[in-house]
Ligand binder design. Structure first.
Ligand code: 13P
Ligand code: SF4
Length: 320
């Protein structure tokens, strides 16, 4: 199908018309480009989007995000068609553990509970006891009996944050990372924070600055009200409620669009201008349009993997 519509606004109108005509719901992650967020029915974090995927009435979900998110939607709603505008949209974090590595790790710790971040492939999820997202990882770990050993994967910064908050000593943490968040260094953050007055700092737990910043807060270097560790949706809720006007935001820069739109009277500065996820940015308005028209980029998960993975995902959805 050739793309006849040229301007972004005409393309957006056409997408809005087509999604209604074809009864398709568009879900978009907070890191998507502004034009894509504009045509979405729901924009949110991984947990919020998984919840939407489980409950939306439409039979087709067009997922504007990365592969593991679309796979999660396909697992939760096996009777729905899940479309991803670019099937190459992957994730460095989900690539940081293979199924063989996980099986070997589990073998070394028989009886341990495997808790995996939602940023994992469907195959990895099928080997987990619990799945979690950045917004409920602490509560998922708290729900596991204290005497049980935990294997936490794949993000080491989120894992260290959860271990610190819960005080859990029997947690083994996989040494994986997201290249975007790991690239936001403690120096980037301290420099910005020290140079700006009356500023709050919101930080995603995947960032490599999370751990040293937590120690700085514990040591009294920063007022704990100044530094908060949150998921992307948690950040959006927090900045709206806060009386502070200036914020340094440590996560992928796509989140700034909604922050600024929802809070025009406040200032938002990225901790690092370089924090861009090239996988999230692979989803363009043109690809959304083409996918709506031809409905070809279908994401499927083999039934035996989906059935096993669903148990871990359902446990994640049950814990907020
Ligand atoms: P959340 O939106 O769940 O905080 O996750 C961030 C992320 O990196 C997704 O890729
Ligand atoms: Fe994966 Fe990082 Fe991109 Fe999120 S920001 S999709 S964790 S590579």
């Amino acid at each position: 199908m050739t793309l006849l519509v040229q301007s972004a606004s005409a393309l957006k109108e056409e997408i809005l018309r087509l999604k209604k005509e074809k009864d398709v719901v568009i879900l978009a992650h907070n890191y998507q480009i502004p034009d894509v967020q504009d045509v979405a029915d729901f924009t949110g974090d991984s947990l919020g989007l998984s919840r939407q995927a489980a409950t939306v009435p439409q039979k087709t979900i067009l997922f504007c995000g990365v592969n593991f998110m679309a796979e999660t939607a396909a697992i939760i709603s096996p009777d729905k068609k899940v479309l991803l505008p670019d099937l190459e949209a992957g994730c460095s974090l989900s690539d940081s553990i293979t199924i063989d590595e996980l099986k070997e790790w589990k073998k070394q710790h028989p009886g341990a509970i495997a808790v995996g971040y939602v940023n994992t492939t469907a195959e990895i999820k099928s080997e987990l006891d619990y799945c979690c997202t950045s917004s409920n990882a602490v509560n998922v770990v708290k729900a596991i009996p204290e005497d049980k050993e935990i294997l936490f994967l794949p993000d080491m910064f989120l894992g260290s944050y959860v271990a610190k908050v819960t005080g859990r000593k029997n947690m083994h943490i996989w040494a994986g990372e997201c290249h975007v968040h790991a690239g936001i260094t403690p120096d980037d953050v301290r420099e910005k924070l020290d140079s700006m007055k009356d500023t709050e700092f919101v930080i995603h737990p995947e960032c490599s600055c999370t751990t040293p910043m937590m120690y700085d807060v514990a040591d009294g270097k920063y007022d704990d009200k100044k530094v908060t560790v949150l998921s992307t949706e948690g950040m959006l809720n927090h900045v709206k409620k806060s009386n502070t006007k200036n914020f340094v935001v440590a996560t992928e820069t796509g989140i700034l669009y909604r922050m600024r739109k929802d809070n025009p009277e406040k200032n938002f500065v990225p901790a690092s201008e370089k924090a861009e996820c090239q996988y999230m940015k692979m989803i363009t308005l043109e690809k959304v349009y083409e996918t709506l028209v031809n409905q070809k980029n279908v994401v499927t998960v083999p039934k035996e993997i989906a059935d096993k993975a669903r148990l871990a995902i359902d446990r994640m959805l049950a814990i907020s």
